[in-house]
Design a protein around this ligand. Structure first.
Ligand SMILES: Cc1cc2nc3c(=O)[nH]c(=O)nc-3n(C[C@H](O)[C@H](O)[C@H](O)COP(=O)(O)OP(=O)(O)OC[C@H]3O[C@@H](n4cnc5c(N)ncnc54)[C@H](O)[C@@H]3O)c2cc1C
Ligand SMILES: NC(=O)C1=CN([C@@H]2O[C@H](COP(=O)(O)OP(=O)(O)OC[C@H]3O[C@@H](n4cnc5c(N)ncnc54)[C@H](OP(=O)(O)O)[C@@H]3O)[C@@H](O)[C@H]2O)C=CC1
Ligand SMILES: C=C(O[C@H]1[C@H](O)[C@@H](CO)O[C@H](OP(=O)(O)OP(=O)(O)OC[C@H]2O[C@@H](n3ccc(=O)[nH]c3=O)[C@H](O)[C@@H]2O)[C@@H]1NC(C)=O)C(=O)O
Length: 332
């Protein structure tokens, strides 16, 4: 097995070529067949439909491979054409720039497979499987452990990278291992220790590896009705405390212990504050929602406004949980 030290030497996917503007290929929406696969890339693909915020410009090239061979072929295409690679899951924790993303955007949400192993209580899933759907599946089988994941509209890959969590549980608590693809094409199996998990963070956030599969430890043998009821309770609690009727990315900021971002923002008087189509949600102040027609720049400006106001009032700089992709006016 490859060591963590060796892994550190492998370059990032995003380093394959420096950041540059999107090229006008004059071939909008053209398909490019990847030889030896059943997969095609598309040029100039709008990303707004692939993010929960429903904003963002185009990917210069976009592909959503359905298997490892197509994923590897997509990476080869990027290498041959000196394109930077950006990875997308379900796009539920992302703010994509209105100017789009140069290079190749690879969505992993069509990498699908799942296996609940009754002998070990382990669930082995491909990166593209939906985390809330798995929570409902596990509950129906009477397997405990994923009840918290309901209502998180992301994929397994995104959850492993973000260390998604709720109700005092998170992916790191139950991850046995993650399979990742390195830029040199090797597949490596990493333990949670190697992934350096902390609250809503992991070493995977550097863009170094693509998560292809994960194995989670669950506890089989419970009453499916009881587990399903607990899952339903979590969903009900969410729907009453978080705004699900407008597009969002979930919590915009990490909680700055010992405070919560929602409380700080509400106490700063920002609930309901609106810039363009972006608004600090009335129901939960750590959600910025798209009230209709928002641009990524509206959301970005509102994030900055909230940070500045909270800094002024509390001397605390809120760190974003949401990942910014593409070009924005300044670095956080
Ligand atoms: C209504 C709502 C509620 C939410 N509630 C919660 C919550 O309770 N708890 C919580 O933790 N989050 C929550 N979120 C945020 C979000 O759903 C999670 O962070 C989720 O895990 C992101 O998964 P994704 O597949 O959408 O990843 P994306 O948003 O697509 O990507 C997130 C990051 O992971 C990277 N990435 C994605 N897939 C891969 C992969 N296969 N390999 C390598 N890198 C990858 C991306 O490059 C990006 O940096 C919520 C979001 C919404 C919209
Ligand atoms: N505000 C935003 O930006 C966004 C919000 N969302 C919201 O996030 C929420 C995620 O909710 P969540 O329920 O966790 O996931 P979803 O409603 O997305 O459902 C995920 C999967 O679980 C299944 N499922 C849902 N409810 C049950 C149930 N009671 N029993 C068995 N299976 C069930 C669904 O099946 P089936 O398809 O048959 O219903 C689906 O396959 C949704 O309310 C969605 O609208 C999603 C994206 C963006
Ligand atoms: C939605 C996300 O995760 C959520 C996760 O769903 C929930 C449930 O476990 O707990 C975290 O929210 P949270 O800390 O805001 O939890 P909540 O229970 O809603 O609020 C915490 C405290 O803040 C207060 N609060 C919240 C919102 C608000 O507008 N005003 C306010 O004062 C609440 O009264 C409560 O005392 C996660 N957020 C972070 C940044 O850790 C996400 O990461 O995207």
């Amino acid at each position: 097995m490859i060591t963590s030290q060796e892994l550190g030497k492998i370059c990032n996917f995003s380093d394959l070529t420096p950041q540059r503007q999107i090229k006008d290929h004059g071939d909008n929406g053209k398909s490019i067949y990847l030889p030896g696969t059943d997969c095609s890339l598309k040029t100039h693909t709008s990303l707004s439909g692939f993010t929960s915020y429903r904003v963002g410009g185009e990917a210069e090239y976009y592909v959503s491979p359905q298997n490892l061979e197509a994923l590897k072929a997509s990476i080869e295409f990027a290498k041959e054409n000196y394109l930077a690679i950006t990875i997308l899951g379900a796009g539920s924790n992302l703010l994509v720039s209105d100017r789009g993303i140069p290079g190749l955007v690879i969505a992993t949400r069509h990498l699908r497979s799942k296996y609940f192993n009754p002998d070990t209580g382990q669930l082995t899933v491909s990166a593209g499987e939906s985390i809330p759907a798995l929570a409902w599946d596990a509950a129906a089988l009477g397997w405990e452990g994923l009840e918290w994941a309901v209502g998180i509209p992301g994929t397994v890959g995104g959850a492993v990278v973000m260390n998604a969590g709720a109700h005092s549980s998170c992916i790191a608590d139950m991850l046995v291992s993650a399979q990742v693809l390195c830029p040199d094409g090797t597949l490596v199996t990493l333990t949670p220790e190697e992934l350096g998990y902390t609250y809503r963070s992991s070493r995977l956030q550097g863009g170094k590896w693509i998560v292809t599969q994960a194995t989670l430890q669950l506890q089989p043998g419970a009453d499916p009705v009881v587990v399903t009821d607990r899952t339903k309770d979590h969903k009900k609690h969410r729907l009453s405390t978080q705004p699900y009727s407008y597009p969002s990315c979930g919590s915009v900021f990490r909680n700055p212990q010992p405070y919560t971002a929602g409380w700080l923002i509400e106490q700063t008087g920002l609930k309901g504050y609106q810039l363009g189509g972006a608004q600090v949600a009335q129901l939960h102040a750590n959600f910025i929602v798209n009230r209709g027609g928002a641009k990524a720049s509206d959301i970005f400006s509102l994030i900055r406004h909230v940070q500045n106001q909270v800094q002024e009032r509390w001397s605390i700089w809120l760190e974003p949980e949401v990942k910014m992709l593409g070009e924005f006016p300044a670095v956080f």
